[in-house]
Design a protein. Structure first.
Length: 171
């Protein structure tokens, strides 16, 4: 089993992509522990369901990770727990020199997540993956679309996000 080429390919993919998959999920769900669980779940699914890890493994992995993250983001039962934990973590990690500014930042983060929840899943995933630093080619592979269509899809997603974000900001 130690000389299994599939295992070697999987290990290489894990080492190269775990930090980025984790970062994408952490930004998306806002909880490091949940992001870690989701990242491991994405890799587990890759191992169990993708016969050829070397071929399109990266694209499949990012698509699954984005789907897992988006599903977690939309799960209403986690929202209350996240807000409580996020507030505690923010207080523990950095002293609040300016409480109103800290509150505004947390409010802004929640507005972004709320806006992403209201968007079509593919557009929300596209924005989250792009914000995590994926290239157009990587985005195309993760979403299963042609690389030359990413620019248009991204522009549409950004326009929808901006519209919904502004609507959320209205009293």
């Amino acid at each position: 089993m130690l000389d299994d080429p599939r295992l070697d390919a999987f290990e290489d993919l894990f080492i190269r992509h775990y930090p980025r998959v984790y970062a994408v999920l952490c930004r998306l769900v806002g909880r490091p522990d949940e992001a870690e669980d989701l990242a491991l779940e994405a890799f587990w699914r890759l191992w169990r369901h993708h016969d050829d890890v070397e071929k399109n493994g990266e694209a499949w992995l990012y698509r699954v990770a984005a789907n897992l993250g988006y599903n977690a983001l939309r799960a209403g039962r986690r929202r209350e727990n996240y807000e409580l934990q996020a507030g505690k973590q923010a207080l523990e990690e950095s002293p609040i020199d300016d409480p109103p500014a800290a509150f505004d930042r947390l409010e802004q983060i929640e507005r972004v997540r709320s806006t992403l929840r209201r968007m079509a899943p593919r557009q929300a995933q596209l924005l989250a993956l792009r914000h995590a630093g994926l290239s157009y080619k990587e985005l195309a592979g993760a979403l299963g679309v042609a690389p030359n269509s990413i620019g248009t899809l991204l522009a549409r997603a950004e326009a929808e996000f901006e519209t919904l974000f502004l609507i959320d900001g209205q009293p």
